[in-house]
Design a protein around this ligand. Structure first.
Ligand code: NAP
Length: 487
């Protein structure tokens, strides 16, 4: 099959000058051919998005909301089909795509569909005059996605953008071209004007073309810090607005009074869900010295029981990493940890059989790895690995762990486990991270803002906070008296 562009309400026919093969990470079988969008196709996408914007911005919030809600309903009806496409493209277990990926995309559409009619300005009584503000849409927004949560990322960007009256051109990652197309089809079926949500396929060059295009008003990226910096620099040229959802090396701090079973569950979720390919993962697990042995014992035992294998099997708990190149990168990090002196307690190797004895040597599988004897200065404790690699660090005091946790350029997320309610809040308030959890990890309800401090990003997704990132405020002064003039 060919993954083409979705422009002006329909898939293009796919006469691409350039294309590449999309592989299934679980077996490296060919899924299809992805057609890189040409400059002409990008111009066509801009032209149709502009046309749709003119219609869409004049709809009421309630009218826009209805289309978003209907789109969510269509996604939920197609849950199994879309989840299966996601599992094929990403390599994540079907149990995850069914439970999280599609439904969190639908959640965002429902949330922003629901609040579209409530987006409003303010009124100011000014004695013989009054003023009011209008949150107006920006125009055509570009959404650029990473490969770990393709439909979720597309919907987290499209839902607030469209609720605010913008149109969007979305570029999925070159590794995961499928499900953004499903979202585009669902919008059309839900009654969105053609061009309101276009999809262009391509690598970073297409992302750069969108970023630099004078008719794009805003760029929202989910990706790495290095891509974020390029996009920020490109957007700065034209003073475009940006939302940057970038990487992290987040701390998960476990105090000695914590419920150890829950803390182990969270540490596993924070490192092994989606094969560890989650931006907000708590990859630096700080454990207070007194509970180190019991924590480690439980963590090792439970990690070794993770059912790794064929992602399409509903019993599978861990799938394959996105590509051979990424697998090699993760293995290089594991080698670097070993040579720096950390102890690889378990995992970190390529398995031949899965949990049901099936041969999985053709896929990009890696067993979940736990490192102990880590030091803050080691590469594995400083760099984002984006794979199933957990590093344990021990600590003694609250002051010490806060300082060490904050000693990073990243600031996406952080977690604290303690049964001392005062300490939980006190420590979280000191951590330099945008998204934090007390006694849980990686829970991202649409009601709460999501985003990073420091080099982990700019702006926020989800929640009402996203609205200000997709609108611009117009102030209107209305005179009720005479114009006072010195002339
Ligand atoms: P990436 O390499 O930065 O790519 C992200 C997207 O940007 C892709 O669509 C990519 O295109 C595109 N791109 C690359 N160069 C570009 C340029 N010069 N201009 C415009 N677009 C460009 O990241 P990834 O490997 O896909 O994803 C992993 C990263 O995403 C990790 O760092 C992870 O932490 C981060 N992430 C963050 C969040 C969050 O919410 N904070 C969520 C998920 C992932 P191609 O890949 O198609 O070439």
């Amino acid at each position: 099959m060919a993954y083409t562009q979705f422009i002006d309400g329909a898939l293009t026919t796919g006469s691409a000058k350039e294309s590449w093969v999309n592989y299934n990470p679980a077996n490296n079988n060919v899924l299809g051919e992805v057609c890189q969008a040409t400059e002409e196709e990008i111009d066509a996408a801009i032209c149709s998005a502009e046309k749709a914007f003119r219609v869409w911005k004049n709809k009421t919030g309630a009218e826009r909301g209805r289309v978003l809600l209907k789109t969510a309903e269509i996604l939920r009806l197609r849950l199994e089909k879309i989840a299966s496409l996601e599992t094929q493209d990403v390599g994540k277990p079907i149990s995850e795509s069914l439970a999280v990926d599609v439904s969190s995309a639908a959640d965002a559409l429902e949330y922003f569909g629901g609040i579209a009619a409530t987006i409003h300005g303010d009124f100011f009584d000014l004695k013989n005059a009054f003023g009011y503000t209008r949150p107006e849409p920006l125009g055509i927004c570009a959404g650029i996605g990473a490969w770990n949560y393709p439909i979720q990322i597309a919907a987290w960007k499209a839902a607030p953008a469209l609720a605010c009256g913008n149109s969007m051109i979305f570029k999925p990652s070159e590794f995961t071209p499928a499900t953004a197309l499903e979202l585009a089809k669902a919008f059309i079926e839900a009654g969105a004007p053609a061009g309101l949500f276009n999809v262009v396929q391509g690598d970073g060059r297409v992302g750069a073309m969108l970023t630099n295009h004078p008719q794009i008003a805003k760029v929202s990226l989910t990706g790495s810090v290095s891509t974020g910096k390029k996009i920020f620099a490109g957007a700065a040229n034209q003073l475009k607005k940006v939302t940057l959802e970038l990487g992290g090396k987040s701390p998960l701090i476990i105090f000695e009074d914590a419920d150890i079973h829950n803390a182990v569950s969270a540490a596993m979720l924070a490192n092994f869900y989606t094969q560890g390919e989650v931006c907000s993962n708590g990859t630096r697990v700080f454990v207070q010295r007194k509970i180190f042995d019991s924590f480690l014992k439980q963590l090792k035992e439970r990690t070794e029981k993770i059912r790794l294998g064929d992602p399409t099997d509903p019993d599978t708990q861990m799938g394959a990493v996105i590509s051979k190149a990424h697998l090699e990168k993760v293995i290089r990090f594991i080698d670097s940890g070993k040579s720096a002196g950390a102890t690889l307690l378990t995992g970190g190797f390529r398995p031949e059989k899965d949990f049901k004895g099936r041969d999985i040597t053709a896929g990009n599988f890696l067993t979940p790895a736990i490192f102990t004897d880590c030091e803050d200065s080691m590469e594995i404790c400083k760099e984002e690995i984006f794979g199933p690699v957990l590093s344990i660090l021990t600590f003694d005091t609250e002051e010490e762990v806060i300082e060490r946790a904050n000693n990073t350029d990243y600031g996406l997320a952080a977690g604290v486990f303690t049964n001392d309610i005062k300490r939980g809040h006190r420590v979280i308030h000191e951590l330099q991270a945008g998204t934090c959890w007390i006694n849980n990890y990686n829970i991202t309800p649409v009601e709460l803002p999501f985003g990073g401090y420091k080099q982990s990003g700019l702006g926020r997704e989800n929640s009402f906070a996203a609205i200000q990132h997709y609108t611009q405020l117009k102030s209107v002064y209305v005179e009720l008296g005479n114009v006072e003039s010195p002339y």
